[in-house]
Ligand binder design. Structure first.
Ligand code: FRU
Length: 500
């Protein structure tokens, strides 16, 4: 075991080095203008996908794709946060470093599972291959295991990688990543994102009894029509008895006003036949209708709730916080439910634990644009039920000053809700919309505002829109406008939120 010890040393040394660097730089990043107040972010450097979301030894753990050394994507480490209640998170020691032959260019995304009191991480070891004409692929991706007794220090096992890309006519040899495990009837399963030989997305299913030996079972589902060239970050979960396949396809073509983001994240409802390994499913639906939502990971909490966290950013998007030495945040945790055959997405109940001061009004009638005393903020939660019986449209301007604003609006005739960040401040622009009906002439909004983000939940989970925005600190007003006629705010509340 001398070799194994040397290996452990190598990774822990690399992590010690990263931790020293983070300590030096962290102060600067965390105090910068757009650093979130209550969202998960790295102390410094770049983050993307949430990884290894789990509950272990009484605490929630979330890891993330991490490049500590700059605010740009680079060789991936796994950063790590821990929480007791899913809303107060603390960054701890980096968990994985890309120091081994099989992961030398990145410890890519993966998942966690607990077994015999230990925490197992299955992740993708990524190796770049020189692009010359002879090699068919530009990379080797394989799945690797790391184990921890204390939930802080992880040791990669000696016989890594544990899963190689299966050979098969219809399986691309390069793209093979993001394992997400689950347990079913004494067996472990993992889905892995992949591509077929015609460069269309697909997902592969593997089976194991001990997490170390895995057998390839099937191509569980594959692209048909406009469903992308590569399926990243697959998840297979059961929500209120309904099996749901969640994934992040790259390369879906825009269809009218749908699929406008660089990549999408969505789901298909269906049923997995464990005999054949085939997932029979319905159509692809989006999980979020905003600009910035990718690579979500979903777990079943010990109390049975299905909880999802995504990356609140998007590949190729402008990220002005990079100037301040960091990039990327996670969404707030969201709970999934099935209701009348539809997937509903709501903020987890624990978000209410973050509420501090509040200002609450009832039955306010507006005939022109107005703001309300105490209903404003650079960060916090805005909750409102709007009765549109007396008006055709409404508008809410958020993070607003004389120079900038993020505009939400609703058109009753078209049943269109829209989010417009064209004048939101620095950074990316654009507009997104979703068709949604009123309930008894009312629209219910729960909006989570942080220093560089907004997440809008409509009608108790019917739709979510997430976006990064980069306004000035001073832009904190909220203005409500009826579009002619009368807008009745049956309820309106603003809560200041804090997670420190
Ligand atoms: C998704 C992704 C994954 C990969 C990781 C690399 O955003 O491209 O497929 O594992 O990011 O950081």
């Amino acid at each position: 075991d001398f070799i194994q010890e040397k290996k452990l040393d190598k990774q822990q040394k690399a992590i010690d080095h990263a931790m020293d660097f983070i300590k030096k730089k962290g102060e600067h990043s965390t105090k910068s203008r757009w650093y979130p107040v209550y969202h998960i972010a790295a102390p410094t450097g770049w983050i993307n996908d949430p990884n290894g979301f789990c509950f272990f030894a009484g605490k929630y753990h979330l890891f993330y794709q991490y490049h500590p050394y700059s605010a740009q994507w680079g060789p991936m480490y796994w950063g790590h946060v821990i929480s007791e209640d899913l809303v107060h998170w603390k960054n701890v020691r980096v968990a994985l470093a890309p120091v081994d032959e099989y992961d030398k260019d990145g410890c890519f995304s993966g998942s966690a599972i607990t077994k015999d009191g230990k925490l197992y991480l299955l992740y993708t070891g990524h190796v770049n291959l020189p692009l010359d004409e002879k090699t068919e692929v530009d990379r080797i991706e394989s799945q690797c295991l790391a184990i921890s007794y204390d939930g802080i220090t992880f040791e990669k096992i000696a016989r890594n990688p544990v899963i190689h890309c299966p050979k098969g006519d219809n399986i691309h040899k390069g793209h093979f990543r993001d394992p997400k495990m689950w347990q079913h009837d004494e067996h472990y399963y993992t889905v892995i994102g992949a591509q077929n030989s015609k460069e269309r997305g697909q997902v592969l299913l593997f089976e194991s009894t001990d997490l170390e030996q895995w057998t390839f079972k099937s191509i569980m589902a594959s692209c048909s029509g406009n469903e992308g060239y590569m399926w990243e970050c697959p998840n297979f979960v059961e929500v209120d008895g309904q099996e749901v396949f969640i994934f992040s396809p790259q390369g879906i073509e825009p269809e009218d006003k749908k699929f406008l983001n660089h990549h999408q994240s969505g789901y298909m409802l269906g049923k997995l036949d464990y005999e054949s390994g085939i997932f029979h499913h319905g159509a692809f639906e989006l999980l979020d209708y905003g600009f910035d939502f990718y690579a979500p990971q979903v777990i079943q909490a010990p109390d049975g709730r299905c909880i999802m966290i995504g990356w609140l950013a998007m590949w190729e998007s402008e990220m002005p916080e990079q100037e301040d030495g960091w990039a990327g945040i996670m969404t707030i945790p969201r709970e999934l439910h099935m209701e009348n055959g539809k997937l509903k997405i709501c903020p987890i109940q624990e978000m209410e634990n973050l509420r501090e001061q509040s200002r609450v009004y009832e039955n306010i009638e507006l005939y022109e644009a107005d703001s309300l005393d105490g209903i404003s903020g650079e960060f916090g939660e805005l909750l409102t039920v709007m009765d549109l019986s007396g008006t055709e449209t409404m508008q809410i301007n958020l993070r607003c000053s004389s120079e900038e604003e993020t505009v939400l609006s609703y058109d009753k005739r078209k049943q269109i809700f829209s989010l417009d960040r064209n004048c939101a401040g620095k950074g990316p622009k654009g507009q997104r919309e979703i068709k949604i009906g009123l309930q008894n002439n009312c629209l219910k909004l729960r909006i989570f505002i942080d220093k560089s983000s907004i997440e809008i939940f409509l009608n108790d989970g019917e739709a979510v829109l997430s976006a990064r925005i980069y306004p000035n600190k001073e832009s904190s007003r909220i203005i409500f406008s009826p579009g002619g006629g009368k807008l009745r705010l049956t309820q309106v509340a603003f809560y200041s939120l804090s997670s420190s």
